[in-house]
Design a protein around this ligand. Sequence first.
Ligand code: PXP
Length: 237
Amino acid sequence: MRFCLNVDHVATIREARGGNEPDPVTAALLAELYGADGIVCHLREDRRHINDRDLRLLRESVQTKLDMEMAIIDEIMGICVETLPDLATLVPERRQEVTTEGGLDVAGNLSRVMKAVTELHAYEIEVSLFVDPEHEQVEAAVEAGADIIEIHTGDYANALTYEDLERERKRVAEIAAYAKSKGLGVNAGHGLNYLNVEGIASIPEIDELSIGHAVISRAVFVGLPEAVREMARLVKK
Ligand code: PXP
């Protein structure tokens, strides 16, 4: 299983002051040295954290794998096909939200999603769709021509009781197996941290985890190398 680090939150700290530090590009390169298998960044329409310069430099310098998270917005689609990330992960985006709040409704927006997947495939960009753990969304992802789904683990991460956690874990595991049986690659992410990651990392059908906030938060206290090394150890255990 691969562990990809989302560096958006490094840019969020930079934007709190303006200026140029801390630099998400430096964070990405350091994370690669300490065991991250890939780097994720989300270029939002409002550029609240990652900006165009970050994306350009990440594309030039990341040597593992660059996953660009993005909404289906003409301007961002144009930047994506110029940047040529290794993977484009399509997510819903609302300006008012603090972070991505749920999966993309692929089933309810099939023709729009299919068009975006086709456009990105024309540039040989692999496409992942961030979806809630629902059979309907997996079936729509197959129909849209996606290569991969990223299962939204937010409900699992937010579970307050052991019973809820176990129910949500089973939901993720079942959808991961279903998606694999349909020929899709399977990623997962959102809200995963050092305490809850093992429940998801133990699901054999999942190929890759995308994790950001918990690692950058821990890095504040123990440094990025230690924070990345420990998460990589848990994911691969
Ligand atoms: N995957 C997707 C699609 C996301 O939008 C995010 C949040 O940026 C993550 C994974 C990582 O979530 P977290 O920062 O909670 O680890």
